[in-house]
Design a protein around this ligand. Structure first.
Ligand SMILES: *Cc1c(COP(=O)(O)O)cnc(C)c1O
Length: 423
């Protein structure tokens, strides 16, 4: 039996209907932007393995840092204890985060980073004796799959089965072109009529919605309204963080800074699961009290795992090299070239580019569902051609490791163009 066959006996995969989907591809090796399966077929990982891997697979520099940490102090509990990798990582992150971010809380993945932010927003007001129980979020948002994160998410296939069991969320339109005033009005109305504790958003790019992009002016205005009404703002930078938008954080494009930020995905260069929620001093101070019940009673066993912190420190230093910054600019320029070439193609509705992210919407007769038949046809076509891309409905996007070569990028573009002919 090969790995794929053995897998099917015991394993249950994410976002997968096992009765109708094809068996998974068994990957045995990765290097740079490339992956190889058990039949030695080569793939270009054009989505950085779900947006986590900026520096390439099996990166030696991060691997060495992990090995060194594993053989010095692999793990220690973070309740009542601390360690150098966590302290140094906090210092380094504070240097590059928006100036108002002063406190860091560790968890394990993007959903828990969001879960912590939402719980903190709710308890912030509870601690102050104010009843605020509603969260504001964008239409078609994605913030993760745990309960509060799922409540904030607006993509129905992820949340349908749990309607009626989720915290109260008011959804407002995204301030894309033509919708800015609607978005501002909806926010003002939500704040007026409800006990809103927080507003959570994916800054500038809604990843799982299909790389939907909107400009910083709208978001600045929304955040300002929240600041004026003392509604806490949460920038979910789980996808956008660490260079994807062309700046270290999407929040760097804003004038108004959020009260909290959620980080994960590329934090450890795609090596070890880890997440961080960051806070202003003001948020932290609402929990700082003689009263133990005002503390944040949240934690995970592997909180601030030293090995994860070492991986994150190695990743940060890679991100900050001139070479990596040049890679981000190179990929962006390459995308802009492809955009020019493809935007008037008869099968293309629209294209968009920000940083290393490229997205293209394909013309369809009827609206295409998230995991619809066009999407599956495209996915299969890309896999046949040795490219890992996961279209979302009729949207094809590229979010490659920053170190992807020009030749590899060219191949990705060529296969996408070929796919437009076949659909
Ligand atoms: C992926 C993602 C999450 C969830 O992260 P997980 O690690 O999958 O739990 C949350 N928010 C955004 C914006 C994401 O892209």
């Amino acid at each position: 039996m090969n790995l794929t066959e053995r897998d099917s006996r015991h394993l249950w995969h994410p976002y997968t209907q096992h009765k109708t989907s094809k068996p998974p591809i068994a990957i045995i090796k990765g290097e740079g932007a490339l992956l190889w399966d058990e039949n030695n077929k080569e793939y270009i990982d054009a989505i950085a393995s779900w947006w986590v891997n900026p520096f390439g697979h099996s990166n030696k520099f991060i691997a060495d840092a992990i090995y060194k940490q594993l053989t010095t102090l692999e793990h220690v509990l973070f309740g009542g204890f601390t360690h150098e990798p966590a302290v140094v990582l906090a210092e380094k992150l504070i240097e590059i985060l928006p100036k108002n971010q002063q406190k860091l809380f560790f968890s394990d993945n993007g959903s828990t980073a969001v879960e912590v932010a939402i719980k903190v927003a709710l308890q912030f007001f509870y601690n102050k004796g104010e009843k605020r129980t509603t969260i504001i979020a964008f239409e078609n948002a994605f913030h993760g799959d745990t309960f509060a994160a799922m409540a904030a998410s607006g993509i129905s296939c992820f949340t349908e089965a749990f309607q009626g069991m989720l915290i109260d969320v008011i959804r407002i339109p995204v301030p894309i072109k033509g919708q800015m005033q609607d978005s501002l009005n909806a926010l003002a109305e939500a704040i007026q009529n409800n006990n809103c504790a927080g507003f959570i958003f994916e800054p500038l790019v809604q990843g799982a919605a299909g790389m939907v992009m909107y400009e910083s002016v709208g978001l600045d205005k929304l955040i300002r309204i929240c600041h004026e009404n003392k509604v806490l703002t949460i920038a979910d930078e789980v996808m956008t963080g660490f260079g994807k938008t062309g700046r270290t954080f999407a929040t760097d494009y804003l004038n108004e800074k959020p009260d909290m930020m959620c980080l994960s995905k590329a934090l450890t260069g795609g090596t070890i699961p880890m997440a961080i929620t960051t806070f202003t001093q003001d948020v932290y101070d609402a929990f700082y009290d003689e009263d133990i019940y005002k503390a944040l009673f949240h934690g995970h066993t592997f909180t601030a795992n030293p090995t994860g912190c070492a991986a994150a420190l190695a990743s940060l230093s890679l991100l900050q090299t001139e070479e990596m910054q040049a890679n981000i600019i190179r990929v962006n320029k390459s995308h802009l070239g492809f955009q020019k070439h493809i935007e008037h193609h008869p099968a293309v509705v629209t294209t968009r580019v920000l940083g290393v992210i490229f997205a293209l919407e394909i013309k369809t007769e009827s609206s295409e569902s998230y995991y619809g038949s066009l999407r599956n046809k495209l996915y299969d076509f890309f896999i046949e051609n040795g490219i890992i891309l996961r279209p979302i409905g009729n949207i094809v996007y590229i979010l490659p490791p920053y170190i992807i070569t020009d030749d590899q990028l060219r191949k990705v573009y060529e296969v996408i163009e070929k796919a437009l002919k076949t659909v």
